[in-house]
Ligand binder design. Structure first.
Ligand SMILES: [Zn+2]
Length: 494
């Protein structure tokens, strides 16, 4: 996920506002034995009306079936290991579209491919070394580990050599001014806040650092820099560079590992540092790609739609297991489990594997263009785009009344702890943001994010980082919530 992380950061302070009406309702309920703080499942009249016992029984059966089903994991293994990285415009992204469409047809969904024009940027050579620095042993240089940021332009094939100027933040760069920046390579050495990340505020830490990746190169270019580098965004200490989208700057732009960023900053505090930098990515013509849409038609209100989704494109360094193959496959399993149990929702459950979340959101834009006239009949949208780790519950962007109705649903998920209903003031998924802005109640799976930025957008985003049992929990949460939204008596109020 990309841009929504920025808004997450700004507003994450507000995220601890667990729906106050729910907290009050729970405090008035009798305590269960065992955990003295647990609330007994006691439903309001509106909850009872929307979730009759038969529906609650069905939700429990869906949960049990999903927790015993490795469909999502097998699909993820195919997407990541057999197909591989799925950057927009790539042959692998095309293969993934065809594969997911075929698999959704196999489980009996009505499948459409909806056209999306996507950027096609391909990585080239990426090397760097320090060729001059204080204390340098004669005849040596130091290798710098880095990767190009998405959309970066190229250096000459033989690279460029320039002085490096290291800054900690935008203010320091602006204070230097054009005189001290023009003709140089700028390094933004903004630290990722590991303590926030370890404490469960990983997306807030990401949001604080990622503006340097997003707009640092453009800011440096505007002051005449010949290239820009950022300290990798993330908290892994394994000398792994972290790629991602960056605003087009017209100069080569890369991310150095945290370790190498510190090295350069330390040496440049001592004196002159010169770097030989070679980045040779290419921007190729846009490519026609697709959102994959699979409908399980509703039995009573087929025109009313509940979206369950993740994004199929990934970055190219790893194989996109946690970002976001996992989101796609848990959405697929939500439909697969219903088919296996022969449960037909009242409203249409629509699985969407979004294209191009990572490099501009063209899939989301194309869907909005084609379907915005139907958004009044999109009764809810769920996206999973925050990894595959143990789910804690859901982020919600909807009215408090709507959110309050969902308590019985997470009651079904209580056996594995996915009970959090957390109100947030922005869309919980980038691909469903247009729907959310149009008033569609929006949900995001809320995973334990403490390790997410060890791997996100790096070469280490691979299948082995996904724990099968945790992926099953995510699939169960998606399936139960999706079916509940599609089968509760009335659509969620807006
Ligand atoms: Zn993502």
């Amino acid at each position: 996920m990309i841009n929504n992380h920025l808004t997450r950061s700004i507003l994450a302070v507000l995220c601890t506002l667990i729906l106050p009406n729910l907290a009050n309702a729970q405090s008035q309920q009798p305590k269960t034995k065992g955990n003295p703080f647990a609330a007994a499942p006691q439903m309001s009249p509106a909850q009872q009306e929307n979730f009759p016992l038969q529906l609650l029984d069905e939700l429990a059966a869906i949960k049990t079936a999903a927790l015993g089903d490795d469909y999502a994991y097998h699909q993820l293994a195919h997407l990541t290991e057999n197909i591989g990285p799925r950057p927009t415009g790539s042959l692998q992204a095309k293969a993934a579209v065809d594969y997911v469409a075929a698999e959704l047809r196999k489980i009996g969904l009505d499948v459409q491919l909806e056209e999306v024009k996507v950027p096609h940027w391909v990585r080239g050579a990426e090397t760097a070394e320090l060729v001059e620095y204080p204390g340098q042993a004669e005849g040596t240089s130091q290798k710098i580990v880095l990767t190009a940021l998405g959309g970066s332009t190229a250096t000459p094939a033989e690279g460029l050599i320039a002085d490096v100027v290291a800054v900690n933040n935008f203010d320091e760069l602006k204070a230097l001014g054009r005189d001290q920046v023009a003709g140089k390579i700028v390094l933004f050495n903004e630290l990722f806040d590991k303590q926030k990340s370890a404490a469960g505020l990983a997306f807030m830490a990401y949001g604080e650092s990622v503006p340097y990746r997003g707009s640092g190169p453009k800011t440096a270019a505007d002051l005449g820099a010949v290239a820009a580098l950022v300290r990798s965004v993330g908290d892994a200490d394994f000398r792994l560079p972290h790629t991602g989208w960056s605003s087009p700057a017209g100069i080569p732009a890369g991310a150095v590992t945290a370790e190498d960023a510190q090295l350069i900053a330390d040496l440049s505090a001592q004196g002159r540092v010169r770097m030989h930098l070679t980045l040779t990515p290419q921007k190729l013509p846009d490519v026609t790609s697709y959102n994959v849409i699979g409908d399980l038609k509703g039995s009573e209100h087929p025109e009313q739609v509940v979206v369950v989704s993740g994004h199929l494109d990934s970055w190219d360094l790893g194989t996109g297991a946690i970002d976001d193959g996992a989101g796609v496959v848990v959405a697929m399993q939500a439909a697969e489990v219903l088919q296996k149990l022969h449960l037909r929702p009242k409203r249409t459950l629509r699985v969407i594997a979004w294209m191009d979340e990572e490099t501009g959101g063209s899939g989301n834009q194309a869907y909005t263009k084609d379907h915005s006239s139907e958004f009044s009949n999109h009764v809810a949208a769920i996206e999973s785009d925050a990894g595959a780790a143990h789910p804690l519950g859901f982020d919600l962007k909807m009215t408090a009344t709507a959110a309050g109705l969902l308590q019985p649903v997470v009651g079904v998920l209580e056996s594995f702890g996915a009970t959090v209903l957390q109100a947030i003031p922005y869309s919980p998924g980038a691909d469903i943001s247009a729907m959310s802005e149009a008033g569609v109640p929006a949900l995001g799976l809320l995973q334990d994010g403490r390790t997410y930025f060890h791997y996100h957008h790096t070469a280490a985003d691979t299948l082995d980082k996904v724990v099968p049992g945790e992926l099953r929990e995510n699939a169960a949460a998606m399936a139960v919530m999706g079916y509940a939204l599609a089968s509760m008596k009335s659509p969620l109020p807006r």
